[in-house]
Design a binder for this molecule. Structure first.
Ligand code: SAH
Length: 214
């Protein structure tokens, strides 16, 4: 095994398998996609640590466990169209691109999106579509989505996302403000919506900004 594979294997065993990540496809993607590629050069030594890391613009690459738990909750089989809000470093995007058919990713900071696109292109992720803008609006022209994943917390789940969720479909997002956030999963199945709050979490806030869609 190469040094990188060994470190990824260690990350997966000690941070994901030791908790509740069981989906073999998610575990495999986390073993294959090198998180260090998405981390600024001066922080590469910490790339496999159990924590978020700064990526510039006051934003962070999520903790590996958070990426895995959110991805696992989408129960992807490979045929889905997925909307991601908050591209950030592009690490979560790469994992989704390995597990779904198409990924539509929106980031409010153009510079972060360009950096992420460069890394994803270099890894050969050809099924990712990029947009700079306000992810609150979703991506109506490409909806509906079987999976929607957001990596920034809003006070309430925007109605636009629910409207763009397919049936069946799963939406996963942190919800809450400075006083505390929960990871919330909303499932649409047979015309009915159900909501499940599954763990406390801490994400950057979903901000307003970027281009507006008419
Ligand atoms: N999963 C990403 C997490 C990035 S942090 C990673 O591991 O790298 C969340 C991202 O959401 C930040 O990059 C932030 O700029 C972005 N964001 C915040 N509000 C947004 C909005 N309204 N629309 C799109 N992106 C937004």
């Amino acid at each position: 095994m190469s040094a990188v594979s060994e470190q990824l294997d260690w990350m997966v065993r000690t941070q994901l398998e030791s908790r509740d990540i069981r989906d073999p496809r998610v575990l495999q993607a986390c073993r294959t996609i090198d998180r260090a590629r998405f981390v600024p050069p001066d922080l590469r030594g910490l790339a496999y640590d159990d924590r978020p890391l700064g990526i510039g613009q006051g934003q962070t690459i999520s903790q590996p466990y958070m990426v895995a738990v959110m991805t696992q909750s989408l129960a992807l089989e490979g045929t889905e169209r997925v909307l991601e809000i908050g591209t950030g470093s592009g690490y979560q995007t790469a994992i989704l691109a390995a597990l779904a058919a198409q990924v539509y990713t929106i980031e409010v900071h153009g510079s972060l999106l360009e950096q992420a696109r460069e890394v994803l292109d270099s890894l050969g992720c050809a099924n990712v579509h990029y947009r700079v803008g306000n992810g609150r609006l979703g991506w109506p022209e490409e909806s509906p989505f079987q999976g929607i994943l957001c990596a920034a917390a809003a006070e309430e789940v925007p109605e636009t996302w629910i409207a763009q969720l397919a049936d069946p479909g799963i939406l996963i997002t942190p919800v809450g403000g400075w006083e505390g956030q929960w990871l919330v999963k909303i499932t649409r199945q047979g015309g009915r919506l159900s909501k499940h709050e599954f763990c406390p979490c801490r994400f950057v806030p979903l901000v307003d900004g970027g281009e507006t869609l008419s």
